[in-house]
Write a protein that binds this ligand. Structure first.
Ligand SMILES: [Mg+2]
Length: 236
């Protein structure tokens, strides 16, 4: 019987990746004014981001540094200071902007909060995630928020142990197969995949046939209470 539900934050509770893709579009438009093949920008940026993950972790500040590194490298150091300033300004504007909660999230958390223990489990820059959570006004729905470096089997195992929750009592809800679904299934928990319309290439992963049988895919978070009700009825 499910007793505790974990929610991913970015692109599960609020819009995120679309903002990063918009920033990447601006980076492309800046770089294409130099004698650089604009087709190289996306691949180069992804490579730089992946190389920097161990140093910077996730989040917009890490993204800013990787965009600047990409711009410097692809232009052979010719990128103008004013263009670097544009990159910094757009990241600052994102960080100080509002959090856009996804449709149905507040209603759904409101339905579930008295029936289950709700946890927020998000990776990324802790300060940035805390600011987004405060701006989202969703904090009161959660018993606890976990800000973690990486969402793998070890991390989920440690969270469940710290909360004294057995894997079979736990359900994780998220948009990333790699971070929200696969490690939780491996641990023996349940998982609901709610795809977001865009996925960062680093997170992109398809459900395997076995995972497809084990995980549930919902089109909207609004479908979650009904799915949980059905599960309860089947348990009885
Ligand atoms: Mg996510």
């Amino acid at each position: 019987m499910i007793r505790v539900i974990g929610f991913d934050a970015d692109d599960t509770l609020w819009h995120n990746e679309n903002h990063f893709q918009d920033m990447q579009d601006v980076l492309r438009s800046i770089i294409e004014r130099y004698p650089v093949d604009r087709e190289r920008v996306d691949d180069h940026l992804l490579q730089v981001e992946q190389n920097n993950l161990g140093r910077y972790g996730y989040g917009a500040k890490a993204f800013a540094l990787s965009m600047i590194e990409t711009a410097v490298e692809l232009t052979g150091g010719e990128i103008a200071g004013r263009d670097i300033a544009r990159i910094i300004a757009m990241v600052q504007s994102f960080l100080s902007g509002p959090t856009h909660v996804l449709d149905g999230v507040t209603d759904t958390l409101d339905i579930l909060k008295g029936r289950y223990e709700l946890l927020l489990i998000t990776k990324g820059d802790e300060l940035e995630q805390k600011m987004k959570l405060a701006s989202s006004k969703l904090e009161p729905f959660f018993h606890r928020a976990h800000f973690v470096q990486e969402k793998d089997v070890k991390t989920y195992g440690a969270i469940l142990q710290s909360q004294q929750v057995e894997p079979q009592e736990f359900l994780m809800v998220g948009n990333s197969v790699r971070s929200d679904i696969r490690p939780v299934l491996e641990l023996g928990g349940a998982a609901v995949h709610i795809p977001y319309h865009v996925t960062w290439q680093h997170e992109h992963s398809e459900l395997s046939d076995g995972e497809r049988r084990a995980a549930v895919v919902l089109a909207s978070i609004r479908d979650l209470p009904r799915f949980l009700e059905r599960g309860r009825d089947n348990d009885c």
